[in-house]
Design a protein around this ligand. Structure first.
Ligand SMILES: Cc1cc2nc3c(=O)[nH]c(=O)nc-3n(C[C@H](O)[C@H](O)[C@H](O)COP(=O)(O)OP(=O)(O)OC[C@H]3O[C@@H](n4cnc5c(N)ncnc54)[C@H](O)[C@@H]3O)c2cc1C
Length: 615
């Protein structure tokens, strides 16, 4: 990470230096660096105000970080920093009116402007620094790309728009003559450096990084020079700037001016203090945090921390995100498409990594996560251990536990006359799912009477409407291959339901689903030092969501017991703030990378591989 941050600052210096090199022909001079700007700290908003700013984890963010640290907007103005990871995410943010000010790639701001949105560019602070890169020694010009694949970082960004413009100018049609593959900037640089990509558009600092890793990678074309050649002008290419809406400017004219001036002052500070800027970036951007569990609690934490600039990896034991929302709540109540859409819009666009099919507490422990540089860990593992009744027959082949059945109900063969033991919400989901899977008879059994149903009234009425039957005051005592033996219960004088000896009755069924409750898995806790649980196995946390192990936080059902999605999300929001505060309080990591200077193996290019004989 340190290498990446150092290069972020190096790149910032390069970009801002170039910004200062404006030749006067630029469509917009660089007001951010204008010497005529009033001193940033000379004015102050009278009322306390928070401005919400959207930035990428890229050079335009650095001056904003300095503004925050140095309080350049005065003590009444707080900056709420939010990170965007792709132009698509930025577009969604602006269209949703999420923030007040944004660092914009110019293609995005013009797209929004052309769509009729109220956006206004306040300054242009990044120019040039885009190159066409290749490992092909024979490549000379755009026309040579016929029949080739070109890798481009960030769809719809200025590098993308310009690459397509140059290809078009060379008479090549994208999709027909040239294939374009999009990936993140870091991925494109890695593909180029490893020789997997032969042609790529790239921006600094990844240009320098790819060249330093593979001596065959070269800057073939400068976009600046290409632009000047094609347009016949000596104009430079504007890349990015800060923008807002006309509404914000009208409502906050002084603040807008203050922001402009403070940004200009901060740009200069970044140029003058690269080491301090690197430390700031390290403190605010890209610190790694791990989230165990992709249920509503874990997803909320992940999205919030990513928005605040953290590099997030979610680990989940299952193959897809959602937790109970996907593997418990049946599809007819919450379609998977809602979660798939969430995965794209909120995880992929935010650059959140998801590591599926990975149970923390088995091969990987929480201690391993700290070893690998995660500064904080959130446990949102829910309650996934089915509670058994511990009666004879529970292990038979025609029996399923409710939570296992709901996770993949079609995998079970329980026949067409099913007994569901339990009358909670999960039991209703099991019963209604069994009906949808073709069962002709489904009957729910309860130890107590109808007044003790814990499922919500509407769930019960839906179940009844769909043909689910109920038998109350029946205590299961044994399960058999062909049914269930229950003893009757009655309410005694103390109001408790007691079993009536000798009342045993056999109820024929082809299969039985035991849905009485869930508890927590203990592996996670057993394999981690210092995490305490209460008597029910729920994680012990303080008010701020921190567990008894430093740096480990928890929330959701794993802490509160079986609750609801809304409660899991609400608590997770508070815990995210605690984790943010905790990570910001950590000292900067000064551990040197022992492998910083080792050589990189030069993977042969695909051409070379193609010529090699496979023996
Ligand atoms: C059948 C059923 C129906 C429900 N219906 C509703 C409803 O209609 N409305 C409502 O509001 N609430 C409902 N709830 C409750 C609600 O779903 C939960 O309160 C909520 O999902 C809890 O969220 P969570 O993030 O804490 O945990 P979960 O949703 O349980 O997610 C935990 C995640 O952690 C993963 N995990 C567990 N252990 C590990 C590990 N060691 N390593 C890696 N990953 C791990 C799991 O795979 C899971 O993806 C229902 C619950 C059930 C069981």
């Amino acid at each position: 990470m340190k290498r990446a941050l150092a290069s972020l600052v190096a790149s910032a210096m390069l970009l801002f230096a170039l910004a200062g090199c404006s030749n006067g022909n630029n469509p917009a001079e660089n007001p951010a660096a204008s010497p005529t700007s009033p001193p940033a700290s000379s004015t102050q908003a009278a009322e306390p105000v928070t401005i919400s700013v959207g930035v990428p984890t890229a050079p335009p963010a650095l001056p904003v970080l300095h503004m925050m640290e140095a309080g350049l907007l005065g003590e009444n103005v707080t900056i709420d920093l939010n990170v965007w990871n792709s132009p698509e995410e930025l577009l969604a943010m602006v269209q949703g009116g999420e923030h007040d000010l944004y660092a914009f790639p110019l293609t995005v701001v013009s797209t929004l402007y052309n769509k009729g949105l109220d956006v206004r560019l306040m300054n242009v602070n990044t120019w040039g620094v885009t190159y066409f890169m290749t490992t092909d020694p024979a490549f000379e010009t755009w026309a040579d790309l016929a029949g080739k694949t070109v890798y481009i970082p960030l769809q719809s960004s200025p590098p993308d728009a310009l690459t397509q413009y140059f290809l078009n100018e060379a008479g090549l049609t994208v999709g027909e003559d040239v294939e374009i593959v999009y990936a993140s900037t870091a991925e494109v640089a890695a593909l180029l450096a490893s020789g997997e990509a032969e042609y790529a558009t790239l921006i600094e600092p990844q240009v320098t990084s790819a060249m330093s890793q593979n001596s065959e990678v070269r800057r073939a074309l400068s976009f600046e020079e290409e632009w000047q050649r094609v347009t016949g002008t000596d104009t430079m290419i504007p890349n990015a700037g800060f923008g807002t809406t006309q509404g914000f400017i009208d409502e906050n004219p002084e603040l807008t001016e203050q922001f402009q001036a403070a940004y200009a002052e901060s740009v200069q500070w970044v140029l003058d203090h690269p080491a301090e800027a690197a430390a700031l970036a390290e403190e605010h951007l890209g610190m790694k945090a791990a989230v165990v569990g992709a249920g509503p609690a874990g997803l909320t934490i992940a999205v919030l921390l990513a928005r605040w600039g953290y590099d997030i990896t979610i680990f989940d034991a299952r193959d897809k995100i959602g937790g109970v929302m996907r593997y418990g709540i049946p599809n007819y109540r919450l379609p998977d498409s809602v979660l798939d859409d969430f995965q794209y819009r909120h995880l992929e666009l935010k650059g959140i990594h998801v590591r599926p099919n990975t149970t923390i507490g088995k091969t990987i422990t929480i201690d391993d996560l700290f070893r690998d540089g995660y500064k904080s860990v959130f446990i949102g593992a829910g309650l996934w251990k089915a509670n058994a009744m511990h009666i004879k027959g529970e292990t038979l082949g025609n029996v399923a536990f409710g939570i296992d059945y709901l996770a993949n109900s079609k995998a079970f063969r329980l026949g067409d006359d099913i007994a569901v033991i339990g009358v909670g919400n999960s039991a209703m989901d099991c019963a209604r799912t069994a009906i949808r899977n073709g069962a002709r008879h489904v009957t729910c059994y309860a130890r107590r009477d109808e007044s003790c149903i814990s499922a919500s009234a509407y769930e019960v009425s839906y179940a009844r409407l769909e043909g689910v039957g109920f038998r109350f005051c029946k205590a299961p005592v044994e399960i058999r291959e062909n049914g269930l033996i229950c003893r009757d219960t009655v309410k005694n004088e103390e109001g408790k339901f007691v079993q009536v000896e000798g009342s045993e009755t056999f109820y024929p069924h082809t299969g039985v689903i035991v849905s009485v409750s869930q508890g927590s898995e203990s592996n996670l806790v057993k394999t981690t030092t210092g995490i305490e649980t209460n008597q029910k196995g729920l994680l012990t946390v303080s008010e701020d969501g921190s567990t008894t192990r430093e740096g480990v936080f928890a929330g959701g059902d794993a802490v509160m017991g079986a609750r609801t999605v809304v409660e899991a999300v609400a608590i997770a929001k508070q815990v995210a703030e605690s984790m943010d505060k905790y990570m910001k309080s950590l000292p900067a990591d000064t551990t040197p990378d022992p492998y910083a200077d080792i050589p990189t193996f030069q993977t042969p290019t695909s051409d070379v591989l193609g010529k090699q004989e496979v023996k």
